[in-house]
Design a protein around this ligand. Structure first.
Ligand code: PMP
Ligand code: GLN
Length: 387
């Protein structure tokens, strides 16, 4: 008897750390500071706009690249923020989330044997998305504890097979950001090469302490070789909507669209109408860095009573803590224990490495109500008392 057999394309991949820790948090009734999502409500007005779009009959397929009104609105937003003129008909595509946009960009570009430079720790989808395309991730650790890029090492690792470099700023999970100096180094590194850039900018509005987001969209010579990905979930506190977009120059976007049109073809219509209407008159995204910086500071002030040490975060909605003064246990063991015994979920930073590096550092998401953060820290301090 013969049975069908899948020769797995991702033989070493299990469930994601976000799924694991969120399930554990639910099982033990823990406060979930693990998976990155806000626990406060999104705009009621935006929800109303979705309802209206449905009632108004916007319930059939959207165009492949997305509803034109939304694309135009986003191009205006990009111009205002980054002084970049985009063609809404050929340089932007609305996607079901940024994760999908990243996968689509990688799939459009990569051929078997291509090498892709990935800085670790890294958002967990990059490496499997590279491998599923038969390409090879070339892993470069960000330098602990600042998590800066060692550009000399990048240049050493470039080979004729290097097809792409993935950058992510503000960075998940470390909260580090790319500086003007990094942009200069990136420029020096790719100039005269055929290397593409994937710039994951989902936390574009979340920078703190006066630091500015360095978008690839500001640099024409870099943009011409780049796919830039964004997520509405992070901007409008609606991660469950799974809506995002990709921006790329016309020739790159043409290939992106070929993959996209045979994967989901187009995405959620009423939400696109609602987002277009909302973004046109509401610029609250400009206030996000202030709101989230307050949350970070509130959390860190409470954590001053902890023996865990914060590692400076300049962006994103994550804060790393070094727990080495409490325990020498592996990060995943410590994180599970914190969830089960301390009833607070976090994410072990080692989960963001292909071959885990153990710095005894865990990630907390501070995109939460102050009351949630307060209860979480109360629990963490009680948990610490057991060490
Ligand atoms: N990139 C990074 C760095 C992220 O942290 C996330 C998820 N929070 C994404 C991409 C994916 O965003 P989305 O939920 O829109 O797929
Ligand atoms: N981006 C979120 C995080 O890093 C979670 C995304 C996911 O669950 N896939 O926590």
């Amino acid at each position: 008897m013969q049975f069908p057999h899948i020769n797995s394309k991702l033989p070493n991949t299990g469930i994601t750390i976000f799924t694991e820790m969120s399930a554990l948090a639910q099982e033990y009734n823990a406060i979930n500071l693990g998976q990155g999502f806000p626990d406060f409500e999104m705009s009621e007005e935006l929800i109303e706009f979705v309802n209206h779009a449905m009632i108004d009959g916007h319930n059939q397929y959207a165009p492949r690249n997305g509803v034109m009104d939304l694309r135009e609105t986003l191009c205006d937003k990009v111009f205002n923020l980054y002084q970049k003129n985009l063609d809404p008909s050929s340089e932007i595509c609305i996607t079901p989330g940024a994760t999908y946009a990243i996968y689509t960009a990688l799939t459009a570009v990569l051929e078997p044997g291509d090498e892709v430079i990935v800085f670790e720790p890294a958002y967990d989808s990059y490496v499997p998305n590279i491998e599923i395309n038969g390409a090879v991730p070339v892993l470069i650790p960000l330098v602990y504890p600042d998590y800066k890029i060692n550009w000399d090492e990048v240049r050493e690792k470039i080979t004729p097979a290097t097809k792409m470099i993935i950058i992510n700023s503000p960075h998940n999970p470390t909260g580090s950001i790319i500086s003007k100096h990094d942009i200069e180094e990136l420029r020096k590194t790719v100039e005269g090469t055929r290397i593409f850039i994937l710039s994951d900018e989902v936390y574009e509005h979340l920078t703190y302490d006066g630091f500015q987001h360095e978008s690839i969209l500001k640099y024409p010579d870099l943009f011409e070789r780049s796919f830039v990905t964004f997520s509405f979930g992070k901007v409008f506190n609606c991660t469950g909507w799974k809506m995002g977009y990709c921006i790329a120059p016309k020739n790159l976007m043409a290939e992106f669209l070929k993959v996209h049109q045979f994967n989901c073809f187009s995405c959620n219509t009423p939400m696109q109408y609602a987002l277009a209407k909302y973004i046109k008159h509401n610029r609250d995204y400009l206030t996000l860095s202030g709101i989230f910086q307050k949350k970070r500071d509130y959390f860190n002030d409470l954590m001053k009573h902890s023996r865990m040490k914060p590692i400076a975060t300049r962006g994103s909605y994550f804060q790393l803590f070094d727990y080495s003064s409490l325990s020498q246990e592996k990060e995943i063991i410590f994180a599970r224990k914190m969830c089960i015994e301390g009833r607070v979920a976090c994410i072990p930073t080692s989960a963001f490495y292909k071959n885990p590096i153990e710095n005894k550092v865990v990630r907390f998401c501070f995109a939460k109500k102050e009351s949630t953060l307060k209860t979480a820290v109360d629990r963490l301090l009680q948990f610490e008392a057991t060490f």
